[in-house]
Ligand binder design. Structure first.
Ligand code: PRP
Ligand code: URA
Length: 206
C-alpha cells in the first residue's frame, strides 16, 4: 500500500544521532528503541477498537480497547532492537521471529530460522530497521502471508528507494512506516548515507 515517512522532529533528531559513526552500541540501542516507539505509535494509529464501559469514581462512560492483540515479528538480528518498544506499548502482543541473513556477494537473503505464532486473520508488525535491496523484507513478508497474516506493516528506520520499490512490487498490500527514505544503495548494497551495518553497530560486532 503506502509509504509513510515519520518526520516528527524528535525522530529526525534521534536518527541523526543513530547515523553518527561515533555513537557507541549502548547509545545506539537506546536511540533505536526510541525510534521504534515513534514508528510503532504511527503505524498503529488505525488499529481497530472495541467500545467498552468504564466506571470512573464519578460516573459511567464509554471507552475503547484494542480489538485484537497484534503480532510483532522482528527480523533477526537487527529487528530485535525494535521489539521492546512494541511489547511496552502493546503488552498483549504475540511475538514471532524470522532469522534472515544477506549473502555478502549476491545480497540475496537466506532464512535460517522461523518461529511464527498463529497468524490467520491477524495484523502483523514486521520489525526490521533497514530496508536496503528489499530482499529480506520481501522474504519475511512471504513467510507472514503464507502463515495467514491478514495484514503486514513494516516498521523500518531507514529505507532505500530500491527496497521500497521491490517490496511494493512483490507485496503491494504491505504498508511501510519509515523515518527516512535515503538516497540509494552503494555497490555493496549498503544504504547511502544510511548508518552502516545496523546489526554490527547494535551488538558491537565487527
Ligand atoms: C540487514 C538488515 C535487514 C537486511 C536489509 O540484515 O537488518 O534484515 O540487512 O537488507 P536487504 O533489504 O538488502 O535485504 P543482515 O543480513 O545484515 O543480518 P543481521 O541483522 O543479522 O546483521
Ligand atoms: N543492512 C544494513 O545493516 N545496512 C545497510 O545499509 C544495508 C543492509
Amino acid at each position: 500500500m503506502g509509504v509513510n515517512v515519520v518526520d516528527h522532529p524528535l525522530a529526525k533528531s534521534l536518527l541523526a544521532s543513530l547515523r553518527d559513526r561515533s555513537t557507541p552500541p549502548p547509545l545506539f540501542r537506546l536511540l533505536a528503541k526510541r525510534l521504534a516507539l515513534l514508528l510503532c505509535m504511527e503505524a498503529t494509529r488505525r488499529v481497530p477498537l472495541v467500545q467498552i464501559e468504564v466506571e470512573t469514581p464519578l460516573a459511567k462512560t464509554t471507552g475503547a480497547r484494542i480489538a485484537q492483540p497484534l503480532v510483532a515479528v522482528p527480523v533477526l538480528r537487527a529487528g530485535l532492537s525494535m521489539l521492546e518498544a512494541v511489547t511496552e506499548l502493546f503488552p498483549d502482543v504475540t511475538v514471532g521471529y524470522v532469522g534472515l541473513e544477506r549473502d555478502h556477494a549476491t545480497f540475496e537473503p537466506s532464512m535460517y530460522y522461523s518461529k511464527l505464532p498463529a497468524l490467520e486473520g491477524r495484523a502483523a508488525l514486521l520489525l526490521d530497521p533497514m530496508l536496503a535491496t528489499g530482499g529480506s523484507a520481501a522474504a519475511a513478508c512471504s513467510a507472514l502471508e503464507k502463515a495467514g497474516a491478514e495484514s503486514v506493516t513494516l516498521l523500518s528506520v531507514v529505507s532505500a528507494p530500491e527496497g521500497i520499490a521491490k517490496l511494493q512490487r512483490l507485496h503491494p498490500s504491505v504498508n511501510i512506516f519509515t523515518v527516512s527514505v535515503d538516497e540509494g544503495l552503494d555497490e555493496h548494497a549498503y544504504i547511502i548515507p544510511g548508518l552502516g551495518d545496523f546489526g554490527d553497530r547494535l551488538f558491537g560486532t565487527p
